[in-house]
Design a protein around this ligand. Sequence first.
Ligand code: XUL
Ligand code: CO
Length: 434
Amino acid sequence: MKEYFKVGKIKYEGPKSTNPLAFKYYNKDEVILGKPMSEHLKFAMSWWHTLCAKGSDQFGSNTMTRTFEDADPVKEAYAKVDAGFEFMDKLGIEYFCFHDRDLAPELATLAESNRVLDEVSDYVLEKMKGTNIKCLWGTANCFNHKRYLAGAGTSPNADVFAYAAAQIKKAMDTTKKLGGKNYVFWGGREGYDTLLNTDLKQELDHYATLLTLARDYNKKSGLNAQLLIEPKPKEPTKHQYDFDVQTVIGFLKTYGLDKDFKMNIEANHATLAIHTFNHELAVARINGVLGSIDANQGDMLLGWDTDQFPTNLYDTTLAMYEVLLNGGLGTGGLNFDAKVRRQSFTDEDLFISYIAGMDTFARGLRIAAKLLEDKVFENFKQERYASYKTGIGKKISEGKVSLEELSEYALSHDQIENASGRQEWLEAVLNQYL
Ligand code: XUL
Ligand code: CO
């Protein structure tokens, strides 16, 4: 078997290590809050950014040359499978995620594209045997091809809707074949650029129809995956319908789909919506829809989706804090929807980026676990809302009070004393844990 990466197996060497090709914080078997780190952190390789992205951006062509490149896209697809499994094995990554078109190229007809996807995914299945590598989720790329210029399920062209449905069916079949426990919908171009040409009501209705059909096929086909919607507020369209977690929850409720979908939350999408990453995770958690994480980060000074590897410890700590409060991610995991920078064009950079991302989440997990064990924020919040535990507060929280009664109560309790929110102290304590 050809070796594609001139890098050995990545080991845990601890925080004092200066070896760029070693883990400093991710020690997969170490037990944190009763579970090995590898169970808290089900890291997944993204087929697209890892094996397909080669450094191009809006202003320039590829900067990366990979050893698995081939002029024949079908041959390259097979080489990517070998390279991907070598990469995951060397990093100790146990999951992968894919779009249909990452695994196999789009060919001249839909039938041919389906055939080659079947063949390449057979090969993936073969490679999985005898390893502990599993599929975290699959999805369909319904945004790249020019047919999707005005969306897929929200396209004004019914033939495009049908084509997208066909692609989703096939991607669901492929996910089932590979044993995927989740299936993702990122509404690639499901949005609009101008309302002057957009029938908002029809587009939202059609989008809900597509999701309903997929929901039904998930059961009918026996895939039975956790379905996940990945919110994003903009890019490529000016307004994406899956704007943020709260918007998606409202949309799902409108169409009676709220019991069928959870969310795949991406850090950079949260910040594009002018939310923090942990805000989106918290909104999903309190609504029981925190399903999986697209682990990356944006650049706060750039207004687009840079999909950088997560290295911000503050953010990963607060993210893992939410995951722990959620009792884990169920069938979900942490997929690196992240790509190496254009200037980080070597194979070694690819490994170093994954190590950096995995270590940042691992360290975040360690700190979050300590914060939770010490009940740093939980005790403070208990105290802060204590007025709802007894008396009039208890009645309010139980919904056992009228406006008249509250008015009566306020007349004799109108000299109000508030307690400090102590934000700066809490931030300083958080820094001590970091
Ligand atoms: C695009 C994005 C996608 C989804 C999967 O912004 O995040 O890669 O994660 O389609
Ligand atoms: Co994503």
